[in-house]
Design a protein around this ligand. Structure first.
Ligand code: ZN
Length: 678
C-alpha cells in the first residue's frame, strides 16, 4: 500500500528519507529496518480501494460479496490491456543475464574499495574537508545507482509473475548480496553523524557542497536525539523482545483472526480483508453482518488489544522522554521535515470543514434511500456503473489530459506508452495493485497496474503516470536529491488524477454515471483527508490521556468515538461495536502519527489544483519547477516559490474549497436524479 502505490526498490541506509518509508509490498521501513505490515490488507476501509483492486475483488468474491459491483470481470474480456507489457531489456536481458552477476561482483569490489578509502576519514577532528566529503558522496551515489539498477530489475521481474521460480531466486540472491554491500557502506553516514555540530555547520556552508547541503543537514536532524552508542545498542537489542515484539504480536494476532459471517444460511469463516470487503457490499444486511462480525471479534480480543496498544504508547512516551522529544509528534515531524505549526494549521482547517463531510453523508443516505445512515453504510456502492473503457481510449484520454497541462508533460507521458514502460495487462501471478517504480535518476520509471477498464482503473493509470512524470522531470537531480520526501511524493500523481477525472466527468453524458464517479472521488478524498485527520486527533488524545496512567478499553473507546463524532456529527450513527474501530489499525502500532502525511499530501494537491484552475497556464512553469526539484529541499522551501505558506490556514482552505466544489456538483446532480418526495 504503499500509501499510494509509489514504489522504489528498498533504499540503502544512507539514502534520503530512509527514516521512514512505505515499501511497495506494504511493509514499512523505519530507520532502515523493515517492518512487515502489509498495510493494504487491513486499511482498505481507510484508503481508496485503488491500492489493490484485484486482490480486493478476489477477497470479496471469495466471501460471496460484490455481485453487483464487480465491473472488473465482465470488463476484462472487452477492455483489458492484454499484451500491454513492459520491456525490461534496457536493464538486463533476463534472469540469467551474466551482466547481473558481473554487476554484483563489481559492486562488491567497489564497495570494499570505497570502505578502504573512506573509513575513518569522515569522523576526524575538525571534520572532513568539503572536497573529500563531496567526493565520497558522489562515489556513494554511484554505488547506490548501480545497486538499484540490479535490485530494481529483480523487483520488477518478480512482480511480473510472483510464481516464477527463477525470478524468486534472483530476487532472493540479489537481496542477500545487496544487504552485505549495504552494510559495507553504512559507516559513511554514521561517521558524518559523529562530526560535531560546529564543524558540520561550517562544512556544509562550503559552496562545493551546495547541492548536497539539504541532504547532509537532513541526515543530522535526529542527531540531537540520539543516545550514547552503548545506550543505542542496548535499546536496539532490547527492542527485539520489547516494543518490536509487541508490535509483531499485534500483527500476528490481527492477521490470525477469523470472523464468522452467515450468508445464505451458511456460516463462513473469513479473514479480516474479506470481512472488511463486506462493508462495500451493495446489500445492507451483508454490510451489517460484516460490521457485526468484525467488531464482535475485536471486542473478544479487546483486553489483549488494549494492553498491546497501551504498552506501545507507554514505550514511545518513555523513548521520547529519553531522546528529549518535546511532544509525541515531534519525531514524525522531523522525518517529514514539516514544522508542527503547519500540521496544526492544516488539521484545524480540516476540522473546520467537517460539516461539509456531514452534508455529503446526509446526501448519500438519501441517495441510498436510508432513513438513518449507519457507520456500515458509508462505503455502500451506489450501483450505477459506466461502460468499460478500452485500453486505447484510456491511453488517449490520459495523454490528452497531460498534454492539456503542458506539452512537455504530454511528450513525457507519451514515452511511457511508446517505449513500453507500462505493464498493464491483468495476469495470473502478477503482483496486485499498482505502482510506479523510479529507482534512480539515471533510469526511467516503470509502471505496473492491472487494467480492466473501470473508471477507477483509468484513474490509476493517470495517477501512476503522474509519479512517472514527476520522476522524469526530476532526473536532473543527483540520486540523494531525487526522491521527494513523503509529503510531496503524491504531488504529480494526484494532480494528474484530478485533471483526468475532470475530463472524464465532463465527457460522461449519463448523469447517473457522473454522479457515481463524483461519489467515488469524494469518498476517496474523504478517506484521505478527513479520516486520516480523525485518526491523528485520536492518537493525540491517547498520548495525552496516557499521562495519567494506564489506558483502559473504555477510555480508548470513548476517545475513538469522540474523535469520530466530531467528524460524522449527526449524519452517521456510530454503533456500540464501533468503539473498537481503533484496535486493528496498523499505523497506530507500527508508525505512530504517520497518518497526517496523507492529509498533507492530498490537501496540498487539491490546493495546487485550485491554484492551477485560478491562475491558468501561468501556474504551470512554477509547478514544473516544483516537480523538477525532486527531494532537493524541505517541503516548505520547495513550495515557497509558488507563493505557498504551509503554516497559513488559508492555504489549506483552498484545498477544501476544491472538495466543496465536488460535493456541490454531486448535490446538484442528485437533486435532479433523486427528487425529494413531497
Ligand atoms: Zn501514489
Amino acid at each position: 500500500m504503499v500509501h499510494c502505490g509509489t514504489a522504489t526498490p528498498t533504499p540503502g541506509p544512507y539514502a534520503p528519507s530512509t527514516f521512514l518509508r512505505f515499501d511497495r509490498d506494504g511493509s514499512v521501513r523505519v530507520a532502515g529496518r523493515t517492518l512487515r505490515v502489509f498495510i493494504w490488507k487491513v486499511t482498505e476501509v481507510m484508503f481508496s480501494t485503488r491500492e489493490n483492486p484485484i486482490a480486493w475483488k478476489k477477497a470479496a468474491q471469495h466471501s460471496g460479496g460484490l455481485a453487483a459491483t464487480d465491473a472488473g470481470s465482465s470488463a476484462a474480456s472487452t477492455a483489458s490491456a492484454n499484451g500491454v507489457r513492459w520491456d525490461l531489456s534496457d536493464l538486463f536481458a533476463g534472469h540469467d543475464d551474466p551482466k547481473i552477476q558481473a554487476s554484483l561482483t563489481a559492486l562488491d569490489e567497489d564497495a570494499e574499495a570505497f570502505a578502504v578509502r573512506y573509513r575513518g576519514t569522515i569522523s576526524v577532528p575538525g571534520g572532513p574537508s568539503p572536497h573529500h566529503l563531496r567526493e565520497g558522496i558522489v562515489a556513494l551515489e554511484d554505488l547506490y545507482e548501480r545497486q538499484w539498477r540490479v535490485s530494481g530489475y529483480a523487483h520488477l521481474r518478480y512482480d511480473e509473475d510472483t510464481r516464477d521460480e527463477a525470478s524468486r531466486s534472483l530476487s532472493q540472491k540479489v537481496e542477500d548480496r545487496l544487504t552485505h554491500i549495504g552494510n559495507l557502506l553504512l559507516f559513511f553516514g554514521l561517521e558524518w553523524l559523529e562530526v560535531s555540530d560546529g564543524d558540520a555547520g561550517r562544512i556544509v556552508e562550503d559552496p562545493i557542497l551546495a547541492i548536497y547541503r539539504h541532504h547532509l543537514e537532513s541526515q543530522r536532524l535526529f542527531r540531537p536525539h540520539r543516545l550514547s552508542e552503548d545506550e543505542e545498542k542496548l535499546v536496539n537489542e532490547k527492542d527485539v523482545t520489547g516494543s518490536s515484539a509487541w508490535a509483531r504480536l499485534h500483527t500476528e494476532l490481527t492477521s490470525s483472526l477469523t470472523f464468522s459471517v452467515e450468508r445464505d444460511g451458511e456460516v463462513r469463516q473469513l479473514n479480516m480483508a474479506q470481512t472488511l470487503a463486506l462493508l462495500h457490499d451493495p446489500d445492507r444486511d451483508t454490510r451489517r453482518r460484516g460490521h457485526d462480525a468484525l467488531f464482535s471479534k475485536l471486542e473478544e480480543q479487546g483486553p489483549t488489544l488494549t494492553y498491546l496498544y497501551d504498552t506501545l504508547v507507554h514505550d514511545k512516551r518513555t523513548m521520547d522522554r529519553l531522546r528529549k522529544y518535546p511532544d509525541p509528534m515531534a519525531l514524525r515531524h522531523l522525518g517529514n521535515e514539516i514544522p508542527s505549526a503547519a500540521v496544526e494549521a492544516m488539521m484545524q482547517a480540516v476540522e473546520g470543514s467537517y460539516p461539509l463531510a456531514q452534508s455529503y453523508f446526509k446526501l448519500k443516505g438519501s441517495m441510498l434511500g436510508l432513513p438513518e445512515m449507519m457507520v456500515y453504510d458509508q462505503y455502500a456502492p451506489l450501483e450505477l456503473h459506466s461502460q468499460a473503457m478500452p485500453w486505447g481510449d484510456a491511453r488517449d484520454l490520459v495523454l490528452e489530459s497531460y498534454r492539456a497541462i503542458d506539452t512537455q508533460f504530454g511528450a513525457l507521458a507519451t514515452e511511457f506508452f511508446d517505449r513500453k514502460w507500462i505493464d498493464a495487462e491483468p495476469r495470473d501471478g502478477k503482483r496486485g495493485g499498482a505502482y510506479c517504480s523510479y529507482p534512480t535518476p539515471k533510469l526511467h520509471a516503470w509502471i505496473l497496474c492491472s487494467y480492466t477498464g473501470t473508471p477507477r482503473d483509468v484513474m490509476t493509470v493517470a495517477h501512476e503516470l503522474g509519479h512517472g512524470l514527476h520522476a522524469m522531470l526530476s532526473r536532473k537531480q543527483t540520486l540523494f536529491n531525487y526522491h521527494s520526501t513523503l509529503p510531496l511524493a503524491e504531488t504529480a500523481s494526484v494532480f494528474g488524477e484530478m485533471v483526468v477525472f475532470d475530463r472524464l466527468v465532463q465527457r460522461e453524458t449519463d448523469p447517473r454515471i457522473r454522479l457515481n464517479m463524483l461519489a467515488g472521488k469524494i469518498e476517496d478524498s474523504f478517506a484521505t483527508v478527513y479520516r486520516q485527520n480523525v485518526l491523528t486527533r485520536f492518537e493525540q488524545s491517547v498520548f495525552s490521556a496516557r499521562e495519567d496512567g494506564r489506558l483502559t478499553s473504555r477510555q480508548l473507546g470513548d476517545l475513538w468515538i469522540a474523535a469520530n463524532r466530531a467528524y460524522y456529527g449527526d449524519s452517521v450513527t456510530l454503533t456500540d461495536g464501533y468503539r473498537w474501530g481503533w484496535s486493528y489499525i496498523p499505523h497506530f502500532i507500527h508508525t505512530p502519527f504517520y497518518c497526517y502525511a496523507y492529509v498533507f499530501g492530498q490537501l496540498l494537491v487539491l490546493a495546487l489544483y485550485r491554484m492551477y484552475k485560478e491562475e491558468g497556464q501561468s501556474f504551470v512553469p512554477r509547478f514544473t519547477e516544483l516537480l523538477a526539484r525532486g527531494g532537493s529541499d524541505t517541503p516548505e522551501a520547495l513550495l515557497r516559490p509558488l507563493g505557498i505558506d504551509i503554516t497559513d490556514a488559508s492555504f489549506w482552505q483552498k484545498g477544501l474549497v476544491e472538495l466543496e466544489g465536488l460535493v456541490s456538483q454531486a448535490q446538484v446532480l442528485a437533486a435532479s436524479l433523486y427528487p425529494r418526495p413531497e
